[in-house]
Design a binder for this molecule. Structure first.
Ligand SMILES: O=c1[nH]c(=O)c2nc[nH]c2[nH]1
Ligand SMILES: [Zn+2]
Length: 457
């Protein structure tokens, strides 16, 4: 059979993933065939426990070099998606969280981002952030870089070289009085965005794409917002920005854009809300604005660590889901202090519980729902769900091999959780896991963690 002859690798064991209908599905003792392009080409569940499995996937003869078996304490889950992360801010992650957003940007963020004119510095930090996120199981990341085109191109190159699927944005901001060395004119912003897109596309990286990136409405003039909307449309590419993160920010937007009905309307007027748009935060969006998100197909990146660390607000994810707006999780490094989407999942549960404390009738998010946000939800938010997000046949094999009993890991298995007895319990334990439990990471079928000698440096 022609299709099966291209199978390069078969994995056997427990797979957990989400579908649009079911937030968490467990496929016990399943087989997954991955072809030479890194795509899942066959899947079979509930393989009988027998050693006669040599011909279990139609026509595929398994031999030990082709087939990877998972021990009982392990399972595969889809690679996680970070829908919003600032790569340059990784250089001060975990520090400087003592100010609200607008002061925080002026005092810490803009001065640090200005350093990325220096390509050597950019190389060091971007190498670190891509490696750190990969190790934490982020197989897809949507990055803000800085205003510097060459450093932003370098981030694309590093993501490609290390094997991460990535959207990369050169930041645009033609309105910024607070940092002498961190500003650009409207013309520079437009021309450099075009150069960035052209040069990144010319590289033909298979899984790294450019994303049009107005920083947020406060830092862009109306003409620039309009030009960026047109550039995204002409090139049919993604858009990312921030929206309604804090009350102060929403109030300044009202002053700067008095003719717009709402913050969402500012972006919509400039054609910046499309089904390839992801907006970070959205804590203060009205129901009317969420409806506009649904109508345009734009999505939200929920960044709970950042929202609490900068005392910005609490996003009501239940209400976003009720409006059928696409939503994934973001670390928002360095407003968020952790580069791990597992951390974001924990924080998303916590934020939902805080909302429940405030309103006991509130329907708290479940573990399963948050698992879906971290994987399939993120891929939908980035309109990449045809390529990644779960283990459907036809998608790329973006996967994490998780070992809940990893030596030196953060979890102790209790007697009753003997492997196989409580696979469900084991999976739930990922809420308490960290990168020590993520023993291998695959992007499009290629193992990218552990790093090889070449990617180690
Ligand atoms: O969390 C945030 N981080 C940023 O860098 C930023 N810029 C605008 N708005 C922002 N919010
Ligand atoms: Zn952000």
């Amino acid at each position: 059979m022609e299709e099966s002859s291209t199978i390069e690798q078969v994995y056997r064991g427990t797979f957990v993933h989400s579908t649009p209908q079911t937030p968490l599905l467990i496929l016990e003792d399943a087989l997954l065939g991955v072809n030479t392009h890194g795509t899942i080409s066959q899947r079979q569940k509930n393989v009988v426990s027998t050693h006669c499995y040599t011909k279990l996937l139609c026509g595929v003869y398994l031999n030990s070099s082709l087939c990877g078996f998972l021990p009982c304490s392990e399972f595969f889950m889809p690679g996680m998606v970070d829908t919003h992360i600032h790569a340059p801010q990784y250089s001060y992650a975990g520090t400087a969280l003592d100010l609200p957003l607008l002061q925080w940007l002026n005092k810490y963020t803009f001065p640090v981002e200005a350093h990325f004119a220096d390509l050597k510095f950019a190389q060091q930090i971007y190498n670190q952030v891509v490696k750190r996120t990969l190790r934490n199981g982020t197989t897809t990341a949507c990055y803000f870089a800085t205003i510097h085109t060459d450093a932003s191109l370098l981030l694309g190159q590093i993501a490609n070289d290390l094997g991460q699927r990535a959207l990369v944005g050169k930041v645009c901001m033609d309105r910024n009085d607070s940092a002498k060395t961190y500003k650009e004119t409207s013309q520079e912003s437009q021309e450099e965005t075009l150069r960035f897109i052209k040069e990144l596309l010319e590289k033909k990286y298979p899984r790294v794409s450019p994303v049009v990136t107005p920083r947020f409405a406060l830092s862009c003039t109306e003409p620039l917002l309009g030009q960026l909307g047109a550039i995204a449309k002409n090139n049919n590419i993604h858009i990312q920005s921030h929206i309604s993160e804090t009350v102060d920010e929403v109030n300044v937007v009202k002053e700067l854009f008095p003719d717009s009905k709402s913050y969402t309307d500012v972006y919509n007027k400039h054609n910046l809300l499309t089904d390839k748009t992801v907006m970070a935060h959205g804590c203060y969006l009205s129901d009317e604005e969420l409806t506009l998100f649904r109508q345009t197909g734009a999505s939200l990146a929920h960044c709970p660590n950042s929202n609490v660390s900068l005392c910005s607000g609490l996003l009501d994810v239940r209400n976003v889901l009720k409006h059928k707006v696409k939503i994934g999780l973001g670390t928002d490094v360095a407003g968020g202090y952790s580069a791990s989407i597992l951390d974001a999942a924990r924080r998303a549960l916590e934020t939902s519980k805080v909302l429940t404390i405030q309103n006991p009738g509130y329907k708290t998010l479940t573990f399963e729902e948050v698992f879906r946000l971290a994987t399939l939800g993120g891929s939908q938010a980035l309109s990449l769900d045809k390529q990644t997000g779960n283990f459907e046949v036809g998608k790329d094999f973006d996967a994490l091999r998780v070992n809940v009993a990893a030596p030196g890991g953060p979890i102790d298995l209790i007697k009753d959780e003997h492997p196989k007895v409580g696979i469900w319990t084991l999976i739930i334990k990922i809420v308490n896991s960290d990168d020590r439990n993520i023993v291998e990471v695959f992007v499009a079928g290629k193992k990218v963690v552990p790093f090889t000698e070449k990617t180690q440096e």
